[in-house]
Write a protein that binds this ligand. Sequence first.
Ligand code: PM9
Length: 469
Amino acid sequence: MSDIKTMGQQFGRRSWAEPWKIKMVEPIHMITRAEREKAAADAGYNTFLLRSEDVYIDLLTDSGTSAMSDRQWSGMMMGDEAYAGSRNFYNLENAIQTYYGYKHIIPTHQGRGAEHLISQALIKKGDYIPGNMYFTTTRLHQELAGGTFVDVIIDQAHDPIDPHLFKGNVDIDKVKALVKKVGAENIPYVSLAGTVNMAGGQPVSMQNARELRAYCDSQGIAVYLDATRMYENAFFIQEREEGYAEKSIAEILLEFCSYTDGAWMSAKKDNLVNIGGWLAVNDPKVAEQARTMVVVYEGLHTYGGMAGRDMEALAIGIAEGVQDDHVASRVRQVRYLGKLLLDWDIPIMQPVGGHAIFVDAKRFYPHIPQDQFPSQTLAAQLYLDSGVRSMERGVVSAGRNPETGEHRYPALELTRITIPRRVYTQAHMDVVAESLKAVYDQRDSTKGLKMVYEPEYLRFFQARFELLD
Ligand code: PM9
């Protein structure tokens, strides 16, 4: 019998399809060009400041934007809203232990709540935290805890067209060099993310995780995982790494997590819920520290900022999200959009990653210097053209160096077109691709932006810009 993996091979041209059908819809519509111009100006050309009603196709993020299933919605009706010991917490705990394999589970309101707890529990002032590329909220919590983030991803990750199949890998020689420089006692853990958001959704190989674990064991350094998009990472391992083609995504996930001491999670992505997060650790002492803090910052240790119904939807989402056919169709939809763009020679980050297309704004607008914000400009122009909302992932997201106060200029200057899970169809992808093509055709006459307001932390969320003409 053919399945989604073998159909194409057997018949030459046989398409894949989503493993669901739609039973409820949310109407959307495109406002006029004049209205979009006003909305963009009112939002300071920052897509985070747009009202969602003014957006046609919303590809700002895949965070909290998934469509829940009928099973998840029925789970919402089974919320046990007791303050303490809700049965939904035990269902959640069981789901995380089953699929991720960790021992102690602390729920949080979303991923950054868990990042806060783990950073405060493990980092002391003056520590260094090596990681496979920074993520905005992760690095900020590490810095707020007194640590310094050090990028140890392989060099290929900083090149938008390098074809390496595991561009999320850690360069273990870079970790060794850091150990030599600052001493293992000043490195509380390696911060490992799978897939790597800021590198274009690129995966980490199982071999790399295994080797990292072995080296860290030899130095007494822990490994903690940002598991936010690990289902997608497991899909790439299944597809690309020798020995994993016959394993399920659930099996691959369990093995990968076994090389780490714990994980933090933004459940708003892989786990298919609109809000939620968790921290999971094996060390009972770390669990105790995190439980002590969760009651200060999030809520009791059996709800951590979530309602009982949210935890139930999350427990169900964990099991649904890890299914092979779901993850395969999700990544294939992203690739469908990527192929349309590549066919028109629109410069995008390659290989196409798991959750988004990252347009290479440096090649898209070679005449706009990085301090005139090319990827912010592209996000604004795409919105102006068609009401499609995307996100800047370049110099604005990178923020300023806390010591010098200067902009950090990342090698990658990207505009992220992020695909929510189970929400849009291929027709929506066609509209997005055609709009990007129209913006690309006008690239030579497009000018950059000037930043006119900037908040102290995570400036990309609230900064404001003006057009430079
Ligand atoms: N990621 C995203 O859109 C939402 C906010 S930042 C623009 O990609 C990783 C890898 C993430 C992530 C959030 C968080 C924080 C941690 N790690 O947003 O707090 O991609 O649930 O998670 C966003 P929360």
